[in-house]
Design a protein around this ligand. Structure first.
Ligand code: FE2
Ligand code: FE2
Length: 339
């Protein structure tokens, strides 16, 4: 009697608790559901059990050749692992990726960024600007960065492809740490950030795209990967602490790091022009991210990345100046979208 009542109740509330549209989508998308149900052939399955089977089965990852619910994995979507089977997740959560097309009508092939994230680099930026260190703290920041160049020079010599790729793994950390700290502060203090969270996270993402680009040109060796692992652990925590103690000096140090990055990319360009580094065609991801012409070369990529570094230099020195003059970042509008 009790089971009859329970069954009746479940039949009534089932459609409300478990969307029938979702169930039919999940059931239609994969053989997983069918194969699970096949095991119940000849059995009378209680509605709740059946619904639960569909719900849980619907979240089981499955490898298929295609289909609307198919979501390419990051590497496959980047076109860097051609020939691999596409991964798909059978799910009724309505997260099928939107079809995005480029301005010329062809399909957008990147999942890691969209057309609205791409931009044309402003290369008219002054590459030689430099903040002369005045206070003892600024001098410390300046000479800390300068002293880091020596071991970097010894380790990488003039292997600039590898060198810049490794440096980008570090360069993408400060923006993320600073953005995170400001994000948490905004929550704690119930106050706006002036756009600085977005600006700093944009910088981190931009640096990460530099890494994604140079990964297409060179690949790290095992000991270089190990070095990145160790350096990230130390640098993340050190920069986090520095940003808590003195955001003024933390931004100033990043400003100097960016000045060094400009120097490294200038040396990179010299080696390309001297024929010491082959000027290979630009990676496809770079062509779409910086809206470069289809026949762009590595040299063009290095030029736009160097311009990015100059923009990061300006943002960080500006942020430091704001603190230096006794203000908080949120008091001045952040240079969001500054490329
Ligand atoms: Fe960078
Ligand atoms: Fe940078």
């Amino acid at each position: 009697m009790n089971s009859q009542i329970a069954g009746s109740v479940l039949r009534q509330i089932g459609p409300h608790l478990f969307s029938t549209a979702a169930i039919s989508r999940a059931a239609a998308t994969g053989g997983t559901v069918h194969s699970l149900l096949a095991g119940f052939a000849g059995m009378r399955v209680a509605p709740a059990t059946w619904v639960a089977s569909v719900r849980f089965a619907g979240t089981v990852p499955e490898t298929v050749d295609g289909g609307e619910a198919a979501e390419k994995s990051g590497s496959a979507a980047d076109g860097s692992t051609g020939g691999k089977k596409e991964k798909a997740v059978v799910s009724y959560w309505g997260m099928a990726p939107a079809k995005v097309v480029k301005e010329d009508g062809t399909q957008w092939k990147w999942s890691c960024f969209k057309p609205w994230d791409s931009y044309t680099s402003n290369q008219s930026i002054d590459l030689r600007k430099h903040h002369v260190p005045i206070t003892w703290g600024e001098k410390l920041a300046f000479w800390t960065v300068k002293s880091l160049r020596l071991p970097t020079d010894i380790f990488f010599q003039r292997r600039y492809g590898c060198r810049v790729m490794m440096l980008e793994t570090v360069a993408a950390v400060p923006g993320m740490v600073a953005g995170m700290v400001l994000h948490l502060r905004s929550l704690r203090r119930f106050e706006h950030s002036g756009g600085w969270i977005k600006a700093l996270l944009e910088e981190a993402e931009n640096e990460r795209m530099h890494l994604m680009t140079f990964m297409e040109v060179t690949q790290p060796r095992w000991y270089e990967r190990a070095l990145v692992f160790a350096v990230q652990g130390v640098f993340f925590n050190a920069y986090f602490l520095a940003y808590i103690l003195s955001p003024k000096l933390a931004h100033r140090m990043v400003g100097y790091l960016e000045e060094e990055a400009i120097h490294s990319y200038t040396e990179f360009l010299k080696d390309i022009d001297a024929g010491k580094i082959e000027n290979v065609p630009a990676p496809a991801i770079a062509i779409d991210y910086w809206r470069l012409p289809p026949n762009a070369m590595l040299r063009d990529v290095v030029m736009v990345v160097r311009a990015d570094e100059a923009h990061h230099r300006d943002v960080n020195h500006f942020a430091s100046d704001i603190h230096f003059q006794g203000h908080e970042l949120r008091e001045l509008p952040a240079p969001v979208g500054y490329h």
